[in-house]
Design a protein around this ligand. Structure first.
Ligand SMILES: CC(=O)N[C@H]1[C@@H](OP(=O)(O)OP(=O)(O)OC[C@H]2O[C@@H](n3ccc(=O)[nH]c3=O)[C@H](O)[C@@H]2O)O[C@H](CO)[C@@H](O)[C@@H]1O
Ligand SMILES: C=C(OP(=O)(O)O)C(=O)O
Length: 443
């Protein structure tokens, strides 16, 4: 049995060393049935905006259940660049942020380019000190990912935006003024950025066609604990009454529904029996429905979910949508499952325009997937065989691990920095469930 806490600490510091980057691979030997219990970590997509929101408080914040991930390290570095003190206790999954003083308003290219969520410091900086200079986040493997919806929202609050030399300079010399904003698309990041800015704006802001993801609700709960007045988070209309000042707060991050979902799929694919602990089942509804449709048994409890895999699985089709639709962040993992299911499935990706990089890699392992535009058709069941593959993005990496767990022979997965962005302790967690998986230096 692993001592998880020690492992977390070791891994977190090892990641720092590995920034040099020694070439590492995950070596997965397929065929084991996964059985046992696994605890979900705090949600990456909740903790990142919450860390950014800490900029708004004039006194320190204390965060619990913080997953020790590359992305958490990156956003912490952004805050340090701004002059905040950030102290991390990896063995306790705790982050302490002292936002009493802010000495800079610039988020540099080196950090923003590695993680788009760095752009979430724009709203808090504008609200707290009235200006921000942030490197323009580029696209990434899954799409162009523009920030026009964020910028339109800021402009509506009275922000002046200038772009040049790869940076966005924003200022609000006369302060932020509350208003009504209708988002063209329920963008998660734009909803978060504008909600944070509007918390300290003069007057009331109403966001319509806002994103409804659980991570938005978690951010709103944190902001309210800091003294904000936000109502309606989790619906498409959010009402924010601006206040004069926010203070720091103690807060516990919600469980990561995507990490939990990945282990649920691992149970279904390996014909296993896994209890995924620290889960909010209401956040997993779209996945649970599809797992049941595929023939897996899913038992829901208050804060855990048990998944029992049945062979063979049946083909099911999915269409990704904003919450409460099927999450795009589970699409690659679901596709890996469909490869071994009986029949033809269709996956339609409506959120990102280019989120099928894993198809080529799955096909290298023996899958039969064809794509046309935003749809992929999967003909199963296919016998997967281990080979060298790449984690082309975070969830594609998770899909490779899942495929490796059921493939014949050995799968060697490269480009692990993507997986490190979003899965805390994944090797130890899978080993505890009976997987044959190792992380090795190959150079
Ligand atoms: C750190 C974090 O929480 N990341 C999540 C967040 O990303 P993120 O906040 O970037 O996702 P958005 O909801 O903003 O993006 C969804 C779609 O809207 C487009 N768009 C977005 C903003 C904008 O100004 N203009 C525009 O066109 C994007 O290119 C994309 O096609 O939500 C995504 C959708 O659930 C998830 O996949 C990501 O894991
Ligand atoms: C796409 C993702 O994250 P990000 O928005 O941080 O790239 C993800 O978590 O799958």
């Amino acid at each position: 049995m692993f001592d998880d806490k020690i492992f977390v600490t070791e891994k977190f510091f090892r990641l720092r060393i590995c920034r040099r980057v020694i070439l590492e691979k995950l070596i997965v030997k397929g065929g084991n049935r996964l059985v046992g219990a696994v605890k979900t970590s705090g949600a990456k997509n909740a903790v990142l905006p919450i860390i950014a929101a800490s900029i708004l408080g004039t006194t320190p914040s204390h965060l619990d259940e913080v997953p020790m991930l590359e992305d958490v390290h990156t956003i912490s570095e952004v805050l340090k660049c701004l002059g905040l003190a950030v102290e991390c206790s990896p063995e306790k999954n705790v982050l302490d942020i002292d936002s009493t003083e802010i000495t800079s308003y610039e988020a540099p290219y080196e950090l923003v380019r590695t993680m788009r969520a760095s752009f979430l410091v724009m709203g808090p900086l504008l609200a707290r000190i009235g200006k921000a200079r942030i490197s323009m986040p580029g696209g990434c493997a899954i799409g162009a990912r523009p920030i026009d919806i964020h910028l339109k929202g800021f402009e509506a609050l009275g922000v002046k935006i200038e772009q040049g030399h790869g940076y966005i300079e924003a200022s609000a010399p006369e302060g932020l003024k509350g208003t009504s904003i209708y988002f063209d698309f329920p963008s998660v990041g734009a909803t978060e950025n504008i909600m944070m800015a509007a918390s300290l704006a003069e007057g009331t802001t109403i966001l319509e066609n806002a994103a409804e993801e659980p991570e938005i609700v978690d951010l709103a709960n944190y902001l309210n604990k800091m003294g904000a007045k936000i109502r309606g988070a989790g619906t498409d209309t959010i009402r924010i009454e601006g206040v004069e000042k926010l203070h720091g707060a103690d807060y516990t991050i919600i469980p990561d529904r995507i990490e939990a979902g990945t282990y649920m799929i691992a149970a279904a694919m390996t014909g296993g029996d896994i209890v995924v602990e620290n889960v909010l089942p209401e956040h997993q509804k779209p996945l649970i429905a599809k797992l049941r449709e595929a023939g897996a048994v899913v038992e829901e409890d208050i804060d855990k979910v048990r998944v029992i895999g049945k062979n063979p699985l049946k083909a099911v089709s999915i269409k990704t949508l904003p919450y409460p639709g099927f999450p795009t962040d589970m699409q690659a993992q679901m596709m890996a499952m469909m490869v071994i299911a009986e029949g033809r499935s269709k996956v339609t990706e409506t959120v990102f325009e280019n989120r099928f990089m894993h198809v080529v890699e799955l096909n290298r392992m023996g899958a039969q997937i064809s794509t046309e535009g935003r749809s992929a058709v999967i003909d199963g069941p296919c016998k997967l065989t281990g080979c060298d593959v790449r984690a082309t993005d975070l969830r594609a990496g998770a899909a490779m691990i899942l495929a490796g767990l059921v493939a014949e022979g050995t799968t060697r997965i490269g480009d692990l920095h993507h997986i490190d962005r979003g899965y805390e302790n994944i090797v130890a967690k899978l080993k505890n469930l009976g997987a044959d998986i190792e992380r090795v230096d190959v150079d």
